[in-house]
Write a protein that binds this ligand. Sequence first.
Ligand code: PLP
Length: 400
Amino acid sequence: AIALAPRVQRIKPSPSMVARDRVRQLQAEGRDVIDLTAGEPDLDTPKHIREAAAAALEAGETRYTPVNGTPTLRKAIIEKLARENGVRYAMNEISVGGGAKQVIYNALAATLGAGDEVIIPAPYWVSYPDMVEACDGTPVTVSCGENAGFKLSAEALETAITPKTRWLILNSPCNPTGAFYSAAEIGALADVLLRHPHVAVMTDDIYEHIRFDGGATPCIVAAEPRLRVRTLLVNGVSKTYAMTGFRLGYGAGPAELIAAMNTIQSQSTSCTSAISQAAATAALEGDQGFVTEAREMYRLRRDRAVALLNGIPGLSCLPPDGAFYVFPSCAGLIGKTTSEGKTLKTDLDVVMHFLDAAGVAVIDGTAYGMSSYLRMSIATSLPKIEEACTRLARICAALR
Ligand code: PLP
């Protein structure tokens, strides 16, 4: 057998992808499963973006591009950042990669050494801790409970910082909770960071346009320009424009960091697809009507899901500010017994019971760093959300 590296033994496959595979398998066996595990929009990529991809293909844009992305796309990104986020970046301060995920990975690979700490507020997107570990770093998760709005406070950040801290990762709106940091909250975190010049900050802004009040998501560099030299803004087109399969994300940060990230990428994937880069340019420069329409659709679904879930005995759900997930507490179900006599001891037991008894697939909060919660995607049709909640109400009422 081929021996595996310690690196891979430290990490686990993404739980949402594992859940997705399990659902596909059950569906292939003919089971009627409502899948609420998806981390991607259920909408089609807008037509003008698909057309731009097809046109690029026809025009022969089928070759390697510069490692850091085509100049046209980087220009479109610079304009987007100026227009929407009020920050100015130069061409050598942008790196384009195969999704926000690769950009984050490149940044961690380019900066972390053994023992370096990365502060990750929990609940968190599942990949942060594993990516940190894959890059030999140490994830320092800070539990941010429901009574803190699932958000990192300035005090909690201050306490978590040590001389070994290299990064703080902030994700607003957050996957899985939908929590969003206001300008005042970003300002308070920035004040703490100013006192600790050795700490860099990575903001994962991938859900910035899925904000139910329709407002702009504050950017830490615009709020505190003195942090610009140690901030990496991470973003992409996957969620905003329903382009997950295009694999296109980007980072904006200080030139030396970006150059190091480009070096890592030049020795791994070289660049992301030229066709995807043309499509992303069209997404950023074209009509933004889709963004507003998608947000309205998610908002309707959120309102309905939260109302229905709060009517189910044992579940309680705060309305998320953004992203396309709801994150109800299932604490009221823990300790209950199913009609088959099985006691639900953990949120994973709840997940398995929902799948077996109701054919509803969700993900346990524990996978996101907070137990006794569930993550349910609302990137699925309203009738499916309603049917799922009807089924869950029935099986939850049957618990003893
Ligand atoms: N960041 C967060 C918080 C996410 O939820 C996801 C996707 O699930 C990503 C990044 C990855 O996005 P991309 O498709 O650009 O790699």
